[in-house]
Design a protein around this ligand. Structure first.
Ligand SMILES: N[C@@H](CCC(=O)N[C@@H](CS)C(=O)NCC(=O)O)C(=O)O
Length: 208
């Protein structure tokens, strides 16, 4: 195909992946049209591995540019269009929250979600660490303002929300008992948002 013919970006995605969710939400927010290629993690398409051999989703292909990190996709999307100022943030504070989520909280989330893979760990201790490390600091921020960085929704809320959703779903009864009312409200608002529901539609699996 000649270079001068415009092609829609292509997104390799997996519906339930929290990284892919945040990328899809940012793309939708920025009103970027793209071709959705739903994959199965156990049977990844060769065309996806050819552009990004590390084999994780999401991957966004824009002509010859390959963006294979969810945060980079979010940043690319809001650089195209940012109607509500998701990117008008203190980058240092944003980075701290997102790193907290993507590094240590993600580890705790996996330990909490898959206790069988971690027989050496006490699930109660894992839950308490997740509370102390992530959920209570978030609760404190959300007691002061409706969003993590203040009165406006930003990239940070969207980057973190899919992981808190996943955490809440591991054991809904346990989550309901946790002393985090502001997070519960924030989560419920995201869950019922048009933006989230729009990116959770089902797609048939893409075949090369
Ligand atoms: N740092 C990557 C992480 C993406 C990631 O780990 N995605 C998972 C699915 S949630 C994946 O594709 N894993 C590959 C596999 O399970 O084979 C990003 O932010 O995009």
């Amino acid at each position: 195909m000649p270079d001068n013919i415009y092609m829609k970006p292509i997104l390799y995605s997996y519906r339930r992946c929290p990284y892919a969710m945040r990328a899809r939400m940012a793309l939708k927010y920025a009103d970027i049209e793209y071709e959705h290629r739903e994959i199965e993690l156990r049977n990844k398409p060769q065309s996806m591995l050819a552009v990004s051999p590390k084999g994780t989703v999401p991957i966004l292909l824009i002509d010859k540019l390959v963006i294979d990190q969810s945060l980079a996709i979010m940043r690319w999307a809001i650089a195209q269009s940012d109607p509500d100022g998701w990117g008008n943030i203190d980058n240092e504070i944003a980075r701290e929250w997102i790193e907290k989520n993507d590094d240590q909280f993600k580890v705790l989330l996996d330990q909490y979600k898959y206790p069988n893979r971690h027989p050496e760990l006490d699930p109660e201790v894992v839950l308490d660490e997740a509370l102390q490390f992530m959920l209570l600091p978030m609760e404190k921020a959300l007691q002061h303002s409706p969003y993590l960085l203040g009165s406006q929704m930003t990239l940070v809320d969207i980057a973190i929300f899919p992981f808190i959703r996943q955490f809440s779903m591991v054991n809904q009864n346990v989550f309901d008992q946790l002393p985090i009312p502001a997070i519960k409200k924030w989560l419920a608002n995201h869950l019922k948002s048009e933006l989230f529901n729009a990116v959770m539609q089902k797609h048939p699996v893409w075949m090369d």
